[in-house]
Ligand binder design. Structure first.
Ligand SMILES: [Zn+2]
Length: 319
């Protein structure tokens, strides 16, 4: 046994950061490390960065497996990233095989999963879904990811691509989405959507405190800033969050009608602004969704924050 302990290495692999940790059977993060992904420089470098991270983290530990949650459409069975808009040039990329070679001589199982699926598993294991049998998890950050837990197991679909809730169409002729479709939920409920809305509002010369705060550079409007200005009473900022809540509420209504879940758990950076968008989302659910499943469903905030996807990946590797 490694002198520092035993566990698995779990990595939340986003386009910007690799967030990794050695996790033991109790879900304790024994050792954590972050590193830039450098996805814009191509997949060979991403693989190299992952291999470096695993090598550093495994020193002194007895590591049983490595598990990754990746922001992309993942074929978990074959360990392939089929598409990942935030990783340039990453189409049908055999990440597991590439990592196996890069990890050599370390020879341990490598598991690959979609990051939002990993997030849902993390919340199931140690977060807001600890005592919930079946629930749906939404991660609202740069984009909008989803994970479906059915009877304490991940619902993957036939190819492992299920629960792409961000690409549920809300408006048939709506905004272009990164996936190629139009009017997807993610095109209205995500950090990317908020940036677009700020840009458009600036072009339309809409009156708001925001412009003086960012020196008339709308690209500098962040979700955090929008949150602050809304709390300070800026009318436009409050409106943006309310509209985000309204569109989210339409998506939630569809999920509630289709799945009749015990709960829907919302996490990710944007979900921190809960108090600003949730009243509007709930109003929408109450007018649109069917009565019985609406009475049943609990709308909950995720509790594990940044660690949810790491813990979910670890759960996969440990079980
Ligand atoms: Zn889409």
């Amino acid at each position: 046994m490694g002198e520092r302990g035993a566990g698995v290495i779990a990595i939340d692999c986003g386009a910007t950061n690799l967030k990794a940790a050695v996790v033991n059977h109790q879900g304790v993060l024994l050792h954590r490390q972050w590193k830039p992904t450098e996805a814009h420089l191509g997949m060979p470098l991403v693989v190299k960065n992952l291999a470096g991270l695993v090598k550093e983290l495994s020193e002194g530990y007895d590591i049983a497996a490595v598990a990754l949650g990746i922001a992309g459409v993942i074929n978990a069975h074959d360990g392939i990233i089929t598409q990942a808009p935030n990783f340039p040039g990453c189409i049908d990329f055999p990440i597991r095989e590439e990592l196996k070679q890069a990890f050599y001589p370390l020879n341990i199982p490598i598991l690959v999963e979609n990051d939002a699926n990993a997030y849902a598993l993390g919340e199931m294991w140690l977060g807001a879904g600890r005592e919930i049998n079946s629930f749906i998890c939404l991660t609202i950050g740069t984009g909008l990811g989803g994970g479906i837990i059915f009877n304490r197991e991940l619902w993957r679909g036939e190819d492992g691509t299920a629960a792409e809730i961000g690409h549920m169409v809300i408006y048939p002729d709506g905004e272009r989405c990164l996936c190629g479709n139009q009017g997807c939920l993610e095109a209205y409920v995500s950090a990317v959507a908020l940036s677009r809305i700020a840009r458009e509002a600036f072009e339309q010369r809409i009156e708001t405190r925001l412009w003086e705060l960012v020196g008339s550079k709308p690209e500098k409007v962040t979700p955090e800033l929008l949150y602050q200005t809304a709390l300070q009473g800026d009318h436009f900022s409050r409106q943006i969050w309310a509209e985000l809540g309204r569109v989210l509420g339409i998506g939630l209504s569809n999920l509630i009608n289709i799945f009749n879940p015990e709960a829907i758990i919302l996490g990710g950076g944007i979900a921190q602004a809960w108090s600003l968008f949730m009243p509007e989302a709930k109003k929408e659910v109450e007018t649109r969704a069917l009565r019985l499943p609406t009475q049943r469903v609990k709308l909950l905030q995720a509790t594990l924050g940044d660690e949810a996807a790491i813990l979910g990946a670890a759960y996969l590797a440990l079980s």
